[in-house]
Design a protein around this ligand. Structure first.
Ligand SMILES: [Mg+2]
Length: 354
């Protein structure tokens, strides 16, 4: 069947009638001039209304835990996570709450890229388990290997790193501040060439000393996120790379601001986050103007159950996406739930007082 073509004044197109096209296009504003007002700080009751405390089982012990607890809540912009490690005090934990509130009430900053390269993470396992762990991260070319685990020897580290090096192009190591300056220099010399050594010693001063003594680049993690002054690392010339995490820094925008001020490469990493926290990390990494290295955002692979399907790594990258928790969540016990609610109340009170 053939339709006849309308003609003259009534001829329609996607842009209106032919005659309409001669008229000036009306303009209007979607929003009043100026930046939108900041969203109101939610009350504790707002947060607890949708809060769920989850206890996520892990494939492997990491940071001394095999179950990761987190409190997640929903706001108008999506879901936020509050999961400071249990040993952190409220002053430190309140930053994690600020990050969760930002995700749930303000949402993500505008992206500058549509995917983020990630690294595989190898905990302090025996060398013969390394290949299986890396196999969980399809297409990655960078592996972060944990070293300096209490109770293990330098030989264990050397073997674990060598096993990773056999499989991928780029290996970075993380000592979580466990070495003295002398131990760091000895270990770095024994382990050999790596992309960088993350937090070889505890303090920024020690990092600066190690950095002077070795040719391998030094990355700062705890020296930035657990220090009162995250710029001190730069002032002391203590690092070549900054490892930045959304939750301890107080949110995606706080991370972007700090990255802008730091005169060094940045790697965005997770803090053993659930898929909700990982989403914030991926969004922050996707919004950075410059990103040259793989990010530590593939740690969802360490969970045997997450609040939502983990970020799928394909070709070594993850893509930003919105995360909604499933309905059948592994919930924490009543006692642990109460512990998290109390912690949330105390941290919220500190944030409001700020
Ligand atoms: Mg680290």
């Amino acid at each position: 069947m053939v339709f006849s073509q309308p003609s003259g004044r009534n001829k329609q197109s996607l842009f209106g009638t032919t005659d309409d096209r001669k008229k000036p296009i009306p303009t209007f504003r979607l929003q009043p001039k100026g930046p939108p007002p900041p969203p109101k700080m939610p009350t504790v009751d707002d947060l607890l209304d949708t809060a769920k405390v989850v206890a996520l089982p892990m494939h492997i012990r990491f940071r001394g835990v095999k179950v990761r607890e987190a409190l997640v809540f929903q706001g108008p912009a999506g879901w936020g996570e509050f999961a400071p490690f249990v040993e952190y005090d409220d002053a430190e934990a309140k930053m994690w709450l600020a990050a969760g509130i930002e995700a749930a009430y303000l949402g993500a900053p505008d992206p500058t890229r549509d995917s983020v390269r990630v690294n595989a993470t190898v905990p302090a396992v025996p060398a013969d388990q390394v290949a299986a762990l890396i196999g969980r991260y399809p297409g990655v070319d960078t592996v972060k290997v944990k070293v300096a685990e209490p109770g293990q020897s330098l030989e264990d580290d050397v073997e674990r790193v060598a096993a990773a090096r056999d499989l991928v192009e780029t290996v970075r190591i993380d000592a979580n501040g466990a070495w003295s300056v002398a131990q760091a220099i000895e270990a770095i010399t024994a382990i050999g060439d790596v992309e960088y050594v993350e937090q070889p010693c505890r303090t920024a001063e020690e990092l600066a000393e190690v950095r002077k003594a070795v040719s391998v680049p030094i990355a700062a993690d705890e020296s930035i996120r657990r220090s009162g002054d995250p710029l001190r690392v730069a002032q002391l010339d203590a690092a070549d790379i900054a490892v930045l995490k959304v939750a301890p820094l107080g949110g995606m925008r706080a991370l972007l601001n700090l990255a802008h001020k730091l005169p060094m490469d940045v790697v965005v990493s997770s803090a053993l986050d659930t898929a909700i926290g990982i989403a914030a990390g991926v969004n922050a990494a996707a919004a950075l103007p410059n990103l040259h290295r793989a990010c530590g955002l593939g740690t969802g692979e360490l969970f045997s159950r997450d609040v939502a399907p983990s970020f799928r790594i394909e070709g070594g990258v993850v893509k930003p996406r919105r995360v909604e928790p499933g309905i059948d969540l592994p919930l924490a016990s009543a006692e642990r739930t109460q512990w998290w609610h109390d912690r949330l109340r105390r941290c919220h009170a500190q944030l409001v007082r700020r």
